[in-house]
Design a protein. Structure first.
Length: 284
């Protein structure tokens, strides 16, 4: 870290807002369906899009000259200029009120809700909470909170614990897929995500110290949402909270899992050893 972290300065971004608009196209829906292991078909105007299509809409576009070494835009602008080099999507909460549909003009209104500091095993952690409201001509479709975490670049990713991991949870509902590099590339393209940890193996292994390409947190969350909806006749949860537990990497099988709780569902993605990588709680 080359710059002192001034929390009072960063908290000055709280309350900052921005808006962006985009159109839900049939081509976008086809690409996202394919990436989420769904039937692609030929979407028509008015057809429902995948539940997290909003993560593909109106993504910020910056010139190459404004990108940092990790592929993210340089600090500042809407998000506070946190002087910690690693930025990850840590978790959040989703509230679904209406499906986005092919042909919809969707508007996203975003607000910086909070900026906080914690200390973890890798040092200082800065959390930025961002609230989003997605609307269409029919009204509010989605309310969301995203938790973004920044941390120092320690030279290597945290080592796996020496002790044996706990027995993996047993799921009542489960489906498995491969964490293929092409899958990660497709999702980066759909979300206009330039973060190099998802597609640049030299960068992610030699600079950030991970063993391979990192599976997107939002892609895991999207698969959890769609699995939950699949198990409830196509109805997305009214609310779903989720958080990353540990990184999921390319090159092996992973699973999407669910257990009924009576009041809702516990959902998680897991690596090839069955250890959870993201956990979520859904209610209808």
């Amino acid at each position: 870290m080359t710059e002192k972290l001034d929390l009072d300065h960063l908290r000055g971004w709280i309350g900052k807002t921005t808006e962006a608009s985009d159109t839900v196209t049939a081509q976008l829906v086809k690409g996202l369906r394919a990436t989420l292991f769904q039937e692609i078909s030929e979407p028509k105007t008015g057809d429902a899009a995948p539940w997290t299509t909003h993560w593909c809409l109106a993504q910020p576009v910056f010139p190459m000259s404004m990108l940092g070494p990790d592929g993210h835009p340089t600090r500042g602008g809407f998000l506070p200029p946190v002087p910690l080099p690693r930025r990850m999507w840590a978790g959040g909460e989703l509230e679904f009120l209406d499906a986005l549909r092919v042909g919809d003009e969707a508007k996203r209104t975003s607000r910086i809700a909070d900026v906080t500091m914690k200390t973890g095993s890798t040092g200082a952690l800065c959390f930025v909470a961002v609230e989003h409201t997605i609307t269409t001509p029919r009204g509010v479709a989605i309310r969301e909170r995203q938790d973004i975490v920044y941390r120092d670049l320690s030279g290597a990713a945290p080592a796996a614990p020496a002790k044996a991991p706990p027995p993996p949870p047993v799921a009542k509902h489960r489906e498995s897929h491969m964490a293929d590099p092409v899958l990660l590339f497709r999702y980066s393209a759909l979300t206009f995500n330039g973060h190099r940890i998802h597609y640049d193996r030299d960068y992610v292994t030699k600079v950030e110290g991970y063993p391979g390409l990192v599976f997107h947190g939002p892609l895991q969350a999207a698969l959890i949402v769609e699995f939950a909806a699949k198990l409830h006749g196509g109805a997305a949860p009214k609310k779903l909270g989720y958080r990353g537990v540990q990184p999921l990497f390319e090159g092996s099988e992973f699973s999407v899992n669910a257990d009924d709780t009576g009041a809702g569902m516990e959902l998680w993605t897991a690596n090839s050893d069955g250890q959870p990588t993201m956990k979520g709680t859904a209610s209808w």
